[in-house]
Design a protein. Sequence first.
Length: 177
Amino acid sequence: MDADKSYKAYLHQITTLIFDVDGVLTDGTITITTTGEQLRRMNIKDGYALKTAVDAGFNVCIISGGSNEGVRKRLKGLGITDIYLGAHHKTEQLDEYLDIYNINPEQVLYMGDDIPDIPVMKLVGLPCCPQDAAPEVKATSNYISHKNGGKGCVRDIIEQVLKVQDKWNGNFDAQYD
């Protein structure tokens, strides 16, 4: 991405939205039960935005180092079919995804929050992060949301992209629960 160009200029060309999970779709904390199950919390408004993007025809993908199957079930329920969990070298999943769908990296928005996200962020058109991302990630981002991870940062950037492209239509019939 051209450092002289505002991130808003890139919103028109975005066709693909890729997100990390922990620290982006969640606040980065986990609750561990006595049986060892790891529980995460996701923001329902982020869910609505993801569902709206899917319904509007955007490519939506998840690439996460975590491997919680509850996360997969939640995301599938929102209509997301491309979910890479347990991704420890995220650029491999990015390359595979872009190849499968013949997507130009310049058309991709990626939101991550920590060091493993930086290699992917350097390969896409619009690297983004939540307000509470690691300093190194903020330095790599062309947009830093005013919202923290798990607190609406995904809704923030999806809503901006869809509004610029006249696709944020307030589709109140979307099923996002």
